[in-house]
Design a protein around this ligand. Structure first.
Ligand code: ZN
Length: 262
């Protein structure tokens, strides 16, 4: 009986090694990026990731995120539904006793402008055994980050900060993000019965507006106006190209209509 157990354990160990190896062989030459056309494109997405992390960790981001309390008592975070104050969301984003980071791999998708995943942005579990998440980013988002217009660039930061927020997991549940979106048809994502702003969208938009402020494109007293432009219940992305003449990044009636709430 004991020898059967030993053989079984050896088989399990061998399978684990094969899975790890397969996972490794799928990686491009740059460790955390899959699907890049070459080293330059891999560097491009890593730069976007680096800038986004830098903003999320900054004091300026924290000070701005707390300003959401002016108009919002709570934000939707995940199935339950679980609501948190902006302050609590900020604490979890910075790994309080509830939350932990998981490793992230980035996958570049979207062959050309006509492909449906040109602007794709999504996060999904990378594998039960490897315990990482995969963030899929369309090349359209990378070309936004490459734009000469800083407001368009900031939209790529919104997208990446939103996706990075999905990589914060609950400490006591290895499969559960602290911050999910809210689409009841998807398994594992809950219904936002209060119709509150969504933490993931708030994190993205506050990161975007904080970037514009840090780069001198937005005054501190315009911050909440910028939040209104890009949204915290969804991302009003058609507006990304509507400030290229240097207009103040605050709401005006000439802007595209907001995206529907998610
Ligand atoms: Zn999301």
């Amino acid at each position: 009986m004991r020898s059967v157990l030993v053989i079984f354990l050896a088989l399990v160990a061998a399978c684990l090694m094969v899975v790890r190896k397969l996972d490794k062989s799928a990686e491009a030459s740059t460790p955390d990026v899959l699907g890049a056309s070459g080293p330059e494109e891999a560097q491009e997405i890593l730069k976007l990731v680096e800038v986004s992390y830098r903003i999320l960790k900054s004091d300026e981001f924290a000070n701005n995120f707390i300003k959401l309390e002016t108009n919002n008592d709570v934000l939707y975070t995940r199935r339950g539904p679980i609501y948190m104050s902006p302050r609590e969301v900020l604490e979890s984003l910075r790994f309080d006793s509830l939350a932990r980071p998981v490793p992230v791999k980035f996958v570049i998708v979207g062959q050309d402008r006509n492909s449906s995943d040109w602007y794709r942005a999504a996060t999904s579990p990378g594998g039960y055994l490897t315990k990482h998440v995969r963030i899929y980013i369309g090349r359209g988002n990378l070309s936004e980050f490459d734009s000469a217009d800083i407001v368009e660039r900031s939209c790529a930061i919104n997208t990446m900060a939103h996706e990075l927020s999905h990589s914060v997991f609950l400490k006591d549940d290895p499969r559960q993000s602290v911050f999910t979106d809210t689409t009841p048809r998807d398994d594992g994502i809950g219904d936002n019965i209060k119709g509150a702003p969504i933490a993931t969208y708030a994190i993205g938009t506050v990161a975007q507006c904080t970037y514009l402020q840090m780069e001198g494109r937005l005054r501190a007293d315009e911050f909440l106006g910028c939040v209104e432009v890009f949204g915290i219940k969804s991302f009003h992305s058609p507006r990304c190209k509507e400030f290229s003449l240097g207009q103040p990044v605050v709401y005006s009636r000439s802007l595209s209509p907001p995206a529907p709430d998610v």
